[in-house]
Write a protein that binds this ligand. Structure first.
Ligand code: PMP
Length: 473
């Protein structure tokens, strides 16, 4: 019988979590069930997901930043349908296909418009971590140097090279040893950076300019000074723009906020238009040619699916939609409004430590409250589990208000949101009203929200494999 996908989806919708328990990551299923994230989303449009009863959920998670243009954008769908209808040849490999050429051209032209004409040679690949792997390889090969420096609290992906550059203990446990020659320094610590660079063997400094784990960024001129030091010692600067790139921070590229001139940037997530994995790293032609230096090295760095037509069509659609709908300006405008509204909320709640916003990348960090009862709740929950507190916000945001948000990282008190760049006043109102309501409930200790936290901890401890309750990417 031929596959009837529509019939299959309609008849089996609702079995989702059982299937994943049986055949995929059952630990993640247990987490989802415990924290009440076991919803069955049956449809999606723009900034909203819909369950089987048609109830709407506001998506302020955007698939960890994938859905910049919103979900199921008709223009992206059309581009993908067009590829299918044209019966184009795909992945011939030993040809130079049109769509990959057009996507590379569009990326280079966009970079030139944003003040980076030097980034003019593109390598197309399939995921964020793969773009980071490529960037690290190119940096080593082009400089002939072995070492890499990255920042503490960074996230660059989970394959071995990128995981070695990632400085986050939780992701390392059980997987060592890692790539040798990687040093981590604190954001802002120019002395530590120069100490490493002076050794003369550092190929690259890799940085997320706005760190995904907690939306942390330099508030002074650290990035510019770090770039100057890199130049002085012949080290390349890699900006990992997998999350920040393509409008997320209110500019096309995060490096524009600090007028940087990176030697390599990485892109992924939003380049997929929410459809087909699509990633790239882009560098100077001179660096590129050092890798592909002779004819027998023409495929020395290569990936089978890297230039496939559907990924390239998705990339072209994403770039066009972001521009046509002015989504970069919208991200900057809505981000400023969100920041203004959250700073008002902060004035009313002493346990909001800091609101950090760059475009539509936003984190709210909490601290121990001043009231005696508040302190008791805070201490109790932290003594049970160091990652639990933000879950007490993220869970009711979904259960009570049908808004998807996330815990920013392990062992921290940070809630993070990544809304699609298409949101307007209505979505910001709904989020801020719900957020204020949820954190008001935290003032009541003892109370149902704190009980919820204790129940989560019990559920977690009851599991032999002691998985983390927070899924953070
Ligand atoms: N770098 C950064 C800055 C990221 O945010 C991510 C994904 N969260 C990655 C790399 C890895 O991307 P992927 O999950 O597509 O491998």
């Amino acid at each position: 019988m031929p596959l009837d996908l529509k019939e299959l989806v309609t008849s089996r919708m609702g079995e989702n979590y059982d299937l994943h328990h049986n055949y995929l990551n059952r630990t993640l299923v247990k987490v989802q069930r415990t924290i009440g994230f076991d919803k069955v989303y049956a449809r999606a449009q723009g900034a909203y997901l819909y369950d089987m009863d048609g109830k709407d959920y506001l998506d302020f998670l955007s698939g960890y930043g994938v859905f910049a243009i919103g979900r199921n954008h008709p223009a992206a769908q059309k581009a993908i349908r067009d590829v299918l209808e044209m019966d184009l040849p795909n992945m011939v490999q030993m040809d130079s296909a049109l769509l990959s050429g057009l996507l590379a051209e569009a990326l280079v032209k966009r970079l030139a418009k944003q003040g980076a004409p030097h980034l003019n040679a593109v390598f197309l690949c399939n995921s964020g971590t793969e773009s980071v792997e490529g960037a690290l390889k190119f940096a080593r090969c082009a400089t002939g140097r072995p070492r890499i420096i990255s920042l503490n609290n960074s996230y660059h992906g989970l394959s071995y090279g990128s995981l070695s550059a990632t400085q986050n203990h939780a992701f390392h446990e059980g997987f060592g040893p890692f790539l040798p020659g990687i040093a981590h320094i604190d954001m802002g610590d120019l002395n530590a950076l120069e100490y490493e660079l002076k050794k003369g063997d550092v190929a690259a400094l890799i940085m997320e300019l706005v760190q995904g784990k907690g939306v942390k960024f330099a508030k002074d001129d650290f990035y510019q000074k770090a770039q100057a030091l890199c130049r002085k010692y012949g080290t390349l600067l890699i900006c990992d723009e997998v999350q920040t790139g393509l409008g997320r921070t209110g500019k096309w590229f995060a490096f524009e906020h600090w007028n940087l001139e990176p030697d390599i940037i990485t892109l992924a997530k939003a380049l997929s238009a929410g459809y087909v994995p699509s990633a790239a790293f882009i560098t100077r032609r001179a660096i590129y040619q050092k890798i592909f230096s002779t004819l027998d090295r023409s495929v020395i760095h290569s990936t089978t699916f890297g230039r496939n037509n559907l990924a390239c069509a998705s990339g072209l659609a994403a770039l066009t939609i972001l521009e046509e709908e002015n989504l970069i300006d919208n991200a900057a405008r809505q981000g400023a409004e969100l920041e203004r509204r959250l700073l008002e909320v902060q004035k009313k709640f002493d346990f909001i430590k800091e609101v950090r916003v760059k475009g539509l990348m936003c984190a709210i960090e909490f601290q121990e409250p001043k009231s005696i009862m508040g302190k008791m709740g805070w201490k109790l929950i932290h003594s049970l589990d160091k990652s639990m507190f933000p879950q007490l916000i993220v869970t009711p945001m979904l259960a009570k208000h049908r808004i998807l948000t996330q815990v920013a990282a392990h062992n921290c008190d940070i809630v993070k949101i990544l809304p699609p760049l298409i949101i307007g006043q209505k979505e910001i109102d709904r989020f801020v009203t719900a957020f204020e309501d949820v954190i008001s409930d935290l003032k009541k200790f003892p109370g149902p929200v704190w009980d919820l936290g204790q129940n989560f901890v019990k559920a977690m401890k009851s599991n032999d494999s002691k998985e983390e309750l927070s899924a953070t990417h």
